[in-house]
Write a protein that binds this ligand. Sequence first.
Ligand code: C5P
Length: 232
Amino acid sequence: MGKDVIVACDFSSKEQTFEFLDKFKGRKPFVKIGMELFYAEGPEIVREIKRRGHRIFLDLKLHDIPNTVKKAMNVLSRLDVDMTNLHASGTKPMMKAALEGLTRPDGSRPILIAVTQLTSTDQQTMEEDLLINEPIDKVVMHYAQNAAESGLDGVVCSPLEAGKVHSVCGDNFLTVTPGVRFADGDVGDQKRVMTPAEAKRIGSDYIVVGRPITAAADPVAAYERFVAEFVD
Ligand code: C5P
């Protein structure tokens, strides 16, 4: 499974999104739709991008009581997305309920991955705000294991963590990794980055790339370069 470049369509309107996607002509990149675009345009944006032939990672990071998440996942599954996610901190019963909701009558379902600790949370905020006193690396691996034990397909993680996640949760457990940059590229606000070639070597299954493609002078050429380094 996997080895693909997912383009983060972090746009605020469908006009901007389609102007961007139209540049790709025959190419149909796997795209990530996040909260901003989904809340601005609603489910129709998902249907329309799907109609255009793209695979979609719907990044809404669900977190609620199991019954609510199960029902919401059922709706997302009917939108025919290819991948979606939730917060592992919602606990195992929530993750198991999510899988049930996501599974279609024919047994198929989108890939379901978990967010462990957000990269915006560090050791200090985790201890002070969440009262979690374990080392953050241990918390991340524990949440990844919980996700695996609940039957999920993988986690979102830093490419730097991908190798460890595979060793703890198995080689088939997917690692979806943002924070990827070319060695000669702009790092932006990402703190811990890796090149696509390094991410490939370390075993990332999917890389999620936003601004190095969306803000490039030639987005198609930038996308092709990521594919060439990571997939081919
Ligand atoms: O523009 P850039 O390549 O930094 O975009 C990365 C994408 O991955 C964004 O949509 C960002 O929200 C997302 N992401 C991230 N770090 C995480 C989780 C998600 O950068 N830990």
